[in-house]
Ligand binder design. Structure first.
Ligand SMILES: NC(=O)C1=CN([C@@H]2O[C@H](COP(=O)(O)OP(=O)(O)OC[C@H]3O[C@@H](n4cnc5c(N)ncnc54)[C@H](OP(=O)(O)O)[C@@H]3O)[C@@H](O)[C@H]2O)C=CC1
Ligand SMILES: O=C(O)C1=N[C@H](C(=O)O)C[C@H](O)C1
Length: 269
């Protein structure tokens, strides 16, 4: 299915901050329809789309046959919705964060039956930040690395899923850094293998991630700030359009962006 093909999506967590944003972004995008929208607790229609009880999801997937389900909810529900997708043969895009390791296994099990794309952040700028951080951390051996993320005061999981992805990236290229230290208090001198992790929660901040690298009398700061949640919703719709019709398997947002870059490259040849 190409990015221009018609796309019908199901949205879980339709009454949540991101669910509402996805429905609004779908309404703005030509050829995209929201065939199913569900929420755990009752909510009024969102952008003119009726929101059904989440308990009806299996029936709705069977009757409406959406091309992709887009999920921004909570870890338990995302795993349950992945099972529903696997049962109904519907590809899944999930941006939910805060999974425990065992829950990721639940998502991966669904990817045996259907394509599953999981991303901790659907902003293109964060994908670029992650590449820049990997490059900088590899190029600056021995430098200290500290990560600070800031989010709105209603965010549940800490540190953010994006922070976790960035930490995985740093640890991959800097094997000497293998201890995540979450904040510091008291007599807490820094040891060489630490990556400090700081989670701030305040007001209505959409999402900020800053990586500080310091050593050799210099500092480098790499920062991404999301201006609004539409950035994530648009990325999730791009991912949904890319995922529809693919083989079962486990995918990430980088697969979507790499495919776009390859297509742009071919067009420029
Ligand atoms: N990957 C990315 O780019 C982004 C990821 N996120 C992630 O998306 C998730 C949702 O964020 P946000 O929209 O701000 O959160 P909200 O709390 O605003 O919305 C969550 C929604 O999911 C529903 N929900 C939560 N838990 C369950 C459950 N156990 N079963 C069924 N429904 C559930 C809620 O329903 P109810 O109202 O009934 O409780 C609500 O509608 C978080 O994990 C967040 O970190 C957020 C932004 C971007
Ligand atoms: O909960 C949020 O709001 C966000 N969650 C994601 C995360 O945990 O990384 C992505 C984004 O930063 C917003």
């Amino acid at each position: 299915m190409s990015a221009d093909s018609p796309l019908s999506v199901a949205v879980t967590g339709a009454g949540g901050r991101m669910g509402r944003e996805v429905i609004a972004a779908a309404a703005d995008r030509e050829g995209v329809t929201v065939a199913v929208a569900v929420n755990r607790s009752p909510v009024d229609p969102v952008a003119g789309v009726a929101v059904e009880d989440a308990d009806r999801l299996d029936d709705l997937l069977a009757s409406e046959r959406p091309d992709v389900l887009i999920d921004f909810t909570g870890p338990d529900s995302a795993v349950a919705y992945a099972e529903a997708c696997a049962g109904a043969g519907v590809p899944l895009v999930t941006g939910t964060t805060g999974f425990a390791d065992g829950q990721i296994e639940g998502l991966r099990a669904a990817s045996d039956a259907v394509p599953v794309l999981k991303a901790s952040n659907f902003a293109r700028g964060v994908a670029a930040l992650r590449r820049a951080v990997r490059e900088a951390a590899a190029a600056l051996p021995g430098y200290d690395v500290e990560l600070t993320e800031t989010h709105h005061n209603a965010k549940r999981d800490a540190p953010s899923g994006t922070a976790g992805s960035i930490l995985d990236d740093v640890e991959e290229v800097r094997e000497d850094l293998d201890e995540r230290v979450h904040g510091r208090e008291g007599d807490a001198p820094r040891s060489a293998g630490e990556i400090g992790v700081h989670a701030r929660r305040a007001g209505d901040v959409t999402g900020e991630h800053e990586v500080l690298l310091a050593g050799n009398r210099e500092t480098l700061e790499l920062t991404h700030r999301a201006g609004d949640r539409g950035v994530f919703a648009e990325g999730a719709l791009d991912a949904a359009a890319w995922l529809a019709g693919r083989d079962a398997g486990w995918y990430g947002f980088a697969d979507v962006l790499d495919a776009g870059a390859a297509a742009d490259g071919a067009a420029n040849e």
